[in-house]
Write a protein that binds this ligand. Sequence first.
Ligand code: GLU
Length: 375
Amino acid sequence: MSKTPSLKDFRRIVVKVGSSLLVDSTAGALKRDWLDSLVTDIAALHGDGRDVLVVSSGSIALGRAVLKLPRGPLKLEEAQGAAAVGQIALARAWSEALGAHNITAGQVLVTLGDTEERRRYLNARSTIAKLLEWRSVPVINENDTVATTEIRYGDNDRLAARVATMTSADLLVLLSDIDGLYDKPPAQNTDAKLVPVVPRISAEIEAMAGASGSELSRGGMVTKIEAGKIATTAGTHMVIASGHVVHPLKRITEGAPCTWFLTPANPVTARKKWIAGSLEPRGALHIDAGAVRALRSGKSLLPAGVVKIDGTFERGDAVIVRGPDGGEIGRGLIAYDAADADTIKGLSSSDVREILGYEGRTEMVHRDDLALAGE
Ligand code: GLU
């Protein structure tokens, strides 16, 4: 991408909103007017047929305000309690603001494991995909009330990058209290210059990121660069822009100062490359000629087309898909473990539920999780 992109160039956009933008800590309240202006921008993109996902921080800050907790650091259980109170208020604010534009909001709370472990990742991803299919806007946050130090992200910049890659979004927007990456920390250097485009995150770019964040948000520029690495490696572009203005998304399109992190890849091919190249296959599925044709025409692999299962694998593991002559057709992530896959092979989708005793996925391997050989 040579020219600076516009938001309308993208089909699926994750917008991350930092705590300090949403919560006025002095007044102890949510900044409703600002939220309404952002949601008007979101509604415009949504109305243009774009998929929009929100990663919203603010549960701890808002809970703190509602509970009137004193300033200063919180103990883990205090932060978790504050998040429990704040998340309800936060979700309600998003739901009302989006509802005013006739858009439904769906709250999704995730922990580190939901985005890092493939089994759980598949669950979170299918739920989000369903919400998008219904034209809802998923409003995502870390599940701060249960996530402890070992299992939490702690910052929504990286969480948002994981959500973007998990959902094959092509753009991640980080709305922040700073308008982008500067060549040196702007607080200490009046001559610091904004970097408008980062074609690749080099060591020099990493060195430009100062280590400090604002009081309310956990993520400083360092976590934003980390988010940029996750996003751009997976084929997602990222832009950092200031949220300290009304209509922050419209402003990006109008040319407000911001930093674009570009990726040469696209999310679908990057993901397929990862499936084909980086994962150790745990087993193989032998499929019939009809299923080979279906896969080659872009369809998912249904249980009906599977003839034989080899290996011991869990749900979410990578498997090799082989045709009637044993040749490799492709590799994919399987939605069932080996025992269940063996039980339902050859069955029509309507019989699967009866045999397994639960409603499984319709597809044995979803087409988004399948990299065909030679693709
Ligand atoms: N999940 C935290 C919250 O909602 C915010 C983390 C962050 O500021 O990045 O309060």
